[in-house]
Structures are given as C-alpha cells and as structure tokens.
Unconditional design. Structure first.
Lengths: 109, 111
C-alpha cells in the first residue's frame, strides 16, 4: 500500500510558469516532509523540506505548502526554468522515509 | 555524491546468479539504506541499517539480504537474481534518520 500518493505523474510547463506538484499522506505520525529532485542518471537530491508545525516554507523559487488537516502538501516552483526539468519526489517520514511515485517535470523554453 | 559511493555503476547478470552491490560512505553516518527505483513505484525501501551489524527489512525485502560489518560499508546481496530484480538501486545515508543523501545508483539488469 502506498502511504504517500503523488500527482501528477508528468507535468509540462512553459518557461516562466508555475509548476505545482501535489502529495497526500495517510500516516498522521509522519513529522518530516521533504521534496527530492532527480536528474537523469543521478541520485535524488534534497530540494526542500518542512515540518508539520508550519504551513509554508520558501527557499528561492521553491515553496512547500502544507495542510495538516487535509494531510496534503505541495511543491510550487515559481518562474520555472528549463533547468528545473527533472523528476520530483515527495516523501514523508517518521524515522523511515516513504516516497511518492514521482512527477516528471518538463519546462519548455 | 561526495561522501557516498556505489559500485558497480552498471551490471548485467544472469538469472539465478548471486549479485552483491556495495555502498561505501566516508561521512560516518549511522544510518544506511538500500532502495530500488522502478517506473511508477518511486523509491521503495529494501533494507536499512541503524548501526554496525544492526539491520532490518524494508517493504520489498524478499530475495535480498544485507550486511554491515563496518560503519562505512553496506552490502546488498541478491541471493539468486531474477528478472523482476532488474532495477536501479540506490544507497542512501543519514545521520539522524531524516535527511537522506543518495548515491548515484547502480543499474542492474538480470537477463
């Protein structure tokens, strides 16, 4: 059973647009919610993470929005660039990470 | 990534043969993990270690075993490789069981 559900599977955005990827989790014990970015042939790399005591975290063009009551969180990429084209994974952890299935983002120039 | 090395990077093996993948870290992190990545499934945990000789099963552990005799090395063994184990395998390390650093992966093909 998948404890973290991610959508969409793939996303195409024009350069300068906003990319939005959503995740939902089931286990209310999760207390750490990271997003990972993966380029082809590379391992996933931590992009940004949030704890459930805050509703939003922003780092540069990347923002996590967190809704504890709905058990949902999302990644927003502002001013999307072709260099952002990658696969993005959400995850949730309580001492042991559970990953979503991934979203393949393509940013068209 | 600096501090974590996986070997080999690519391997082709025959069905029924044993295969061992190696993960080596220079960060002295307590926790080490083996994941497999398959399209549509994301990353699924195979086994993890929380110290030397301390290991436990993940969600897809059948057909795999692990060993950790030193802090820096975590070995994943496929007892008798099957075509369903064709995948990309990632090792990860963590000092607190939260922030993970991943290696570059091993692409394994079982023919």
């Amino acid at each position: 059973q998948q404890q973290v559900k991610q959508s969409p599977q793939s996303l195409i955005v024009q350069k300068g647009g906003i990319s939005i990827i959503n995740c939902a989790y089931e286990n209310t014990a999760f207390d750490y919610f990271p997003w990972y970015q993966q380029f082809p042939g590379k391992g996933p790399a931590l992009l940004i993470a949030i704890r459930p005591d805050v509703s939003e975290k922003k780092e540069g063009r990347f923002t996590i929005s967190f809704n504890k009551s709905a058990k949902q969180f999302s990644l927003h990429i502002m001013d999307s660039q072709p260099g952002d084209s990658a696969t993005y994974f959400c995850a949730a952890s309580k001492g042991g990470m559970r990953f979503g299935a991934g979203t393949r983002l393509t940013v068209k120039p | 990534d600096a501090g974590i090395t996986q070997s080999p990077r690519h391997k082709v093996t025959e069905t029924g043969t044993p295969v061992t993948l190696r993960c080596h870290q220079t960060e002295n992190h307590r926790y080490m993990y083996w994941y497999r990545q398959d399209p549509g499934h994301g990353l699924r945990l195979i086994h993890y270690s929380y110290g030397v000789k301390d290991t436990d099963k993940g969600e897809v552990s059948d057909g795999y075993s692990v060993s950790r005799s030193k802090t820096e090395d975590f070995l994943l063994t496929l007892e008798s490789a099957t075509s369903s184990q064709t995948s990309v395998y990632f090792c990860a390390i963590s000092w607190d069981n939260y922030g993970y650093t991943f290696g570059s992966g091993t692409r394994l093909t079982v023919v």
